[in-house]
Ligand binder design. Structure first.
Ligand code: F6P
Length: 375
């Protein structure tokens, strides 16, 4: 009798809603459709390097579809090629990729399903080059992964951000204030742009379009003159003024991307108050956007990704990342994804949508994005 195929699965990078839905789909599909065995590594690549894992049976993934976070734990500091190890009171960085490969082989694994964002895909690309059979599954609330139209996790974060903006409208309206809502998203503005549109933001500021404070203040004053005595500003954590810089909240030395952003809204609030004299308040949504149950869309997308990843393993198609293209679940080489970031492009239809609603993007001169008036 042929030996059963054995899959490993891990979740790397920041957590987001839908990780458990992928794990569940991987385990169920592997067992039900292909009679495979599955083991889950703890804390992303760290678990593979340290040989910490558990067998995953159908019973282990029962009831986890709706759970936020990941039952396997995760780490955004576990790059196998640059792995931080505490020596005394200092970190040194070691290449532990051969250890990871050895553990993979000793366990008799036929494939590793690596669920993660850009950092996990970069590490997976390196491990694939070393000979590990890997299939990637794209996650992140930032939606900034190259090669897929959408990552799972984004829709859930968008729903949370939109709900927060809706709620903040009450205070904005009642107290005639300017309310700034800062959302995560790192260097990409997808979350700010989409939640700003969904929540009816008056001004949306994204990292890809450095803003001008006077343009923002003019917009707020114009609204006031027209009787709208409140304004909602949605800003991505990576946004910055023209000629200015992103606000770095902390530096995580052991992380591949060391910068943690946050706080630009406080700077902007002071500037708006200074120019308009209107009371301006800030809400930074932060990790709230990474938590909670996944939306129905994310549950379906995560499940489809998990099923497709196991199919690819069965077909022996390794070194690929599953991806959403239109309405189809496809796959593209991880080598094409690694090291790239998908940002909001100036020709993004969402930007045009915002402008058509007279939403300010914090700069002048974007009129060229608007449709031409037919004559
Ligand atoms: O990539 C997801 C993300 O939540 C970003 O939006 C944010 O900049 C970063 O992770 C925060 O990371 P940490 O949880 O390490 O602070």
């Amino acid at each position: 009798m042929a030996e059963k195929m054995k899959l490993g699965v891990l979740t790397g990078g920041g957590d987001c809603p839908g990780l458990n839905a992928v794990i569940r789909a991987v385990v169920k599909t592997a067992i039900n459709d292909y009679d495979m065995e599955v083991v889950g590594f703890f804390d992303g690549y760290q678990g593979l390097i340290e040989n910490r894992y558990r067998a995953l049976k159908a019973v282990d993934v029962s009831g986890i579809l709706t759970l936020g976070g990941t039952i396997l734990g995760t780490s955004n500091r576990a790059d196998p090629f640059n792995f931080p190890v505490l020596q005394g009171d200092e970190y040194i960085y070691l290449d532990r990729s051969s250890q990871a490969l050895q553990n993979f082989e000793r366990l008799g694994l036929d494939a590793l399903i690596a669920i993660g964002g850009d950092g996990t895909m970069a590490a997976s690309h390196g491990m694939a080059e070393k000979g590990m059979k890997i299939i990637g599954v794209p996650k992140t609330i930032d939606n900034d992964l190259w090669g897929t139209d959408q990552t799972f996790g984004f829709d859930s974060a968008l729903a949370s951000a939109t709900e927060a903006i809706d709620k903040i409208h009450s205070t904005a309206q009642s107290h005639h204030r300017v309310m700034i809502i800062e959302v995560m998203g790192r260097y990409a503005g997808w979350l700010a742009l989409a939640s700003g549109i969904a929540g009816g933001g008056d001004i949306i500021l994204i990292p890809e379009i450095p803003y001008q404070v006077d343009v923002i203040c003019d917009k707020i004053k114009t609204r006031n003159r027209r009787g709208k005595n409140f304004s909602i500003v949605v800003i991505g954590e990576g946004a910055m003024p023209e000629g200015g810089e992103m606000v770095v909240k902390r530096i995580v030395e052991t992380s591949p991307d060391k910068l943690r952003l946050g706080g630009i809204s406080n700077q902007l609030a002071g500037q708006i108050e200074g120019v308009t004299t209107l009371e301006t308040r800030v809400t930074i949504l932060g990790h709230l956007l990474r938590g909670g149950t996944p939306t129905a869309f994310d549950r379906i997308l995560a499940t489809q990704f998990g099923v497709r990843a196991v199919e690819l393993a069965n077909e022996g198609k390794f070194g690929e990342m599953v991806a959403l293209k239109g309405n189809e679940i496809e796959h593209i080489p991880i080598s094409e994804v690694a090291g790239k970031t998908r940002k909001v492009q100036l020709d993004s239809p969402l930007l045009k949508t915002a402008l058509s609603l007279d939403t300010s993007l914090g700069v002048e001169g974007l009129e060229m994005l608007k449709p031409e008036v037919a004559v």
